[in-house]
Design a protein around this ligand. Sequence first.
Ligand SMILES: Nc1nc2c(ncn2[C@@H]2O[C@H](COP(=O)(O)OP(=O)(O)OP(=O)(O)O)[C@@H](O)[C@H]2O)c(=O)[nH]1
Ligand SMILES: [Mg+2]
Length: 229
Amino acid sequence: MRRERSRNHIPSVSIAGYTNAGKSSILNRLTDAGVLVDDSLFATLDPTTRRTTTRDGRVYTMSDTVGFVRHLPHQLVEAFRSTLEEVADSDLILHVVDGSHPDPEGQLAAVREVFAEIHASKVPELVLINKADVADPMVIARLLAREPHSVVVSAKTGEGIDKAPAAIESELPRPTVQFEALLPYERGDLLNRLHQKGEIEHLEHTGDGTLVRGRANADLASDLAAYPV
Ligand SMILES: Nc1nc2c(ncn2[C@@H]2O[C@H](COP(=O)(O)OP(=O)(O)OP(=O)(O)O)[C@@H](O)[C@H]2O)c(=O)[nH]1
Ligand SMILES: [Mg+2]
């Protein structure tokens, strides 16, 4: 799946964080995935990846991961190597932290140690301060001050969840090639790929076809080049 994704340049987001922080609940809230949620350690033993879309229709993936713990045992690192590699390969890490935990800063730091171990420290990180429904507002204020790139949410009540997509989307890599094309109406397949993978800045139905302008990745842009304006 990872190989397929890199060939197609589909951006990927990994949800990571200390065990029991609410990662699977967040994935469910953001994608309606129906992943196992359980108030026990390591409820997620089977990582789950979902396809999802930006609000303007671009496809990206969102993956749940196994809970991180302080001093991740070596055997566990081995067992979850592919999941952990996926975190290091992703375009964005959604770092979920339990705002109601007695020591959320300690958990953030412990998880970042694991990021360093798995060579994921360079991946951009967006912190989701979760369990806002039961967290102490003073603690949330303290976390917000320390973590400027963060969003306060509750996977349980849905509070703040609507702010997450914009924050996520602004971190996703954007297609790089500027294009302009006049697509004949029988190339609905190309228009469909554009909706899923490109960014459409202008679209107009004309007598000669669909006039589109925007940004696409190199593969798509070269297919579009067959239809110059
Ligand atoms: N009060 C409250 N509880 C939450 C919230 N989000 C998750 N929970 C609860 O926290 C517990 C753990 O949630 P999960 O989504 O399984 O957490 P996880 O990070 O995926 O856990 P592991 O996969 O085991 O590491 C469950 O009992 C959830 O119902 C929240 O926003 N508020
Ligand atoms: Mg889980």
